[in-house]
Design a protein around this ligand. Structure first.
Ligand code: 1HE
Length: 265
């Protein structure tokens, strides 16, 4: 798909742009605190399944004062049980395209990262949180339950006990606290998230595509396997990655002293 059409077919609640090999998707409904209605979630799915072939990483951010206030609560009242299941499955499909899509995704978080907004952030591979960001799961107080994959992704990041507490008591965590818990991958000052996220996304886009694929698709699955299966799949993935011409060229560059050495910031 061309760069032009990938920015065109999105709802007004989403805005896409390009920064070289990085595609940027912004939640663009600040008047509703980037609450996620059906149209937006379908738009997210479309964006991640329609990325042009030359996009190597995605930056996901939110317009306005908040990353996202979660599910659009105004859409909820008329749904029956069957529709509720279909709605949750729609979110699962869309967020699966983020976590297990074509390229790594860096999320930039600020203000409210709550409910479905936190579920969305949890589907990204790296989370850059500005100090203004805060995490919460207010589903309990709204009489509902997570439906965007939160029960699957969040316990893997923060543990079942912490998620239970967040849902039962409405406990809120700051970006700073989120760093120790595994929600915040990088903590930055307010206003600095986009630049940091873009820097990371650009760095990631320079990796060998097969390495990025292995990290996104093989690593989390190996981590869920029994150890014997995990070692076996890891060996296969390692052999495939190092046989790639891109890896061979990079290794030759290092041996012949053309590649930069590791530096410690
Ligand atoms: C919304 C939503 C929303 C704001 N759905 N319309 N999420 C929540 O329980 C969080 C609900 N939102 C809030 O607690 C607050 O809006 C915020 C703390 C995020 C921001 O506060 P503030 O003072 O900046 O904004 P506001 O005045 O509360 O909201 C501005 C407008 O956005 C207002 O609409 P208006 O027409 O009166 O201007 C709000 O109604 C609207 N708005 N949040 C719909 N969430 C897949 S299952 C996932 C389940 C969940 O995500 S549950 C968690 C839902």
């Amino acid at each position: 798909m061309s760069s032009k059409s990938f920015t065109k077919q999105l709802p007004a609640s989403l805005a896409a742009s390009r920064h070289g090999s990085v595609a940027v998707l912004k939640l663009n409904r600040p008047q509703k605190r980037n609450a996620l209605d059906d149209e937006t979630v379908i738009g997210i799915e479309h964006f991640f399944t329609s990325l042009p072939g030359d996009v190597a990483a995605v930056l996901l951010a939110g317009e306005g004062e908040h990353f996202s206030a979660g599910l659009d609560l105004s859409e909820l009242s008329e749904r029956d049980i069957t529709q509720g299941i279909a709605h949750s499955r729609l979110w699962h499909r869309a967020f699966e395209k983020i976590q297990f899509g074509k390229v790594p995704v860096v999320a930039v978080l600020h203000g409210a990262v709550v409910g479905g907004g936190l579920e969305l952030a949890a589907a990204a591979h790296i989370r850059v949180a500005e100090r203004s960001a805060y995490y919460a799961l207010p589903e309990g107080s709204r009489g509902i339950y997570v439906g965007g994959g939160g029960s699957v992704r969040l316990p893997r990041l923060i543990g079942v006990a912490r998620m239970m507490d967040m849902m039962l008591t409405g406990r809120t965590y700051s970006a700073d606290e989120g760093q120790a818990m595994g929600l915040t991958t990088y903590l930055v000052d307010t206003g600095k998230g986009f630049a940091k996220g873009l820097e990371l996304a650009q760095q990631i886009s320079g990796n060998a595509p097969l390495t990025n694929f292995a990290v996104m698709h093989a690593l989390p699955r190996i981590a869920e396997m029994d150890p014997a299966s995990g070692y076996s799949v890891e060996a296969l993935m390692a052999a495939i990655a190092q046989a790639d011409p891109d890896a061979k060229a990079r290794l030759k560059d290092f041996i012949e002293k053309r590649a930069p050495k590791l530096t410690r910031e």
